[in-house]
Design a protein around this ligand. Structure first.
Ligand SMILES: Cc1cc2nc3c(=O)[nH]c(=O)nc-3n(C[C@H](O)[C@H](O)[C@H](O)COP(=O)(O)OP(=O)(O)OC[C@H]3O[C@@H](n4cnc5c(N)ncnc54)[C@H](O)[C@@H]3O)c2cc1C
Length: 255
């Protein structure tokens, strides 16, 4: 499927809302060209596969070389299957590479991946891409598994002020909640859209509702967005409407 079609599936038919050349969606074209390539895939043994929330899994394998937080890898279940792209979720000082994925029930890879066992082989590429945090203060805005590159950055070491806004549908989807609370304290904003929230520290609503509720957004901060295209496009529009300059916004879309 062409990239534009894939995005239109999620943002609707309004082409004016597609990412534009002025909107710096980081690594966008690069990711697209690599999406289905089998080049450089090598077999690795799964060292851990764990369901950490309904239909959301962590899968790990031994790390053979360095990587930078914000990089991705391609994974295939067999050498003949089309690979899919995943953000690395683990820190770059850990012995393993870990990826966080959610199962698309009718997807080609993720249902199969979720049924595999430790010791079985998957096929992975070397890490690539550059969705790296290169300045502070920074806002990390993610929905669902879009948390992965930010969690990897946090685990690898951050050097400035970070605010994380994580949006999910249900309370049991706040993966790594304890670790994030410990690391970020009040700068960890949890937005829950569907469950009735038990009160603070949760925000009732979507990440866009949270951002909309703020009287002002710092114009000099950097804003990194990661998740489904509909969220990325909506948040991009909102940030711009609130006066954040284009060049302060970076995004990675999970399409
Ligand atoms: C840069 C990048 C980073 C990513 N990182 C992550 C990550 O960290 N974690 C994560 O969970 N995901 C991530 N993704 C998404 C991931 O690459 C896969 O797309 C996702 O896991 C689904 O793979 P799948 O093979 O199971 O599903 P697919 O087979 O790709 O299907 C996905 C959905 O699209 C539908 N679909 C497929 N083909 C068509 C068609 N022709 N017409 C209409 N509908 C169709 C399917 O029914 C299904 O609902 C990332 C994507 C990108 C581009």
């Amino acid at each position: 499927m062409r990239l534009e079609e894939s995005i239109l599936r999620t943002v609707g038919k309004d082409r004016s809302r597609l990412p534009t050349p002025e909107f710096p969606i980081h690594s966008f074209v690069y990711m697209t060209t690599q999406k289905n390539s089998h080049e450089g895939l090598r077999p690795v043994q799964i060292s851990r596969l764990e369901e950490i929330s309904p239909a959301v899994f962590l899968i790990s394998f031994h790390r053979s070389g360095p990587f930078k937080p914000g990089q991705v890898i391609r994974i295939a279940a067999s050498p003949d299957d089309p690979p899919r792209i995943y953000s690395i979720c683990s820190g770059n000082r850990e012995a393993e590479i870990t990826v966080l994925f959610n199962v698309k029930p009718d997807g080609k890879l993720t249902p199969r991946l979720s049924r595999m066992k430790a010791g079985e082989e998957i096929y992975v590429s070397e890490p690539y891409g550059s969705f790296a945090c290169d300045g502070y203060p920074v806002w990390w805005i993610a929905t669902g598994t879009g948390l992965a590159p930010f969690y990897s950055t946090l685990q690898s070491g951050v050097e400035g002020k970070v605010r994380l806004v994580h949006g999910v549908s249900h309370l049991n989807q706040f993966y790594f909640e304890h670790e994030l609370e410990t690391a970020l304290g009040e700068e960890y904003i949890r937005c829950c859209s569907r469950d009735t929230i038990p009160g603070k520290p949760y925000f009732q609503g979507r990440v866009t509702d949270y951002l909309q509720s703020l009287p002002d957004l710092p114009k000099a901060d950097k804003y990194y967005l990661c998740g489904q295209s509909s969220m990325v496009v909506e948040v991009r529009d909102l940030l711009i409407q609130k006066g954040v300059p284009y060049h302060q916004i970076f995004a990675e879309i999970f399409f």
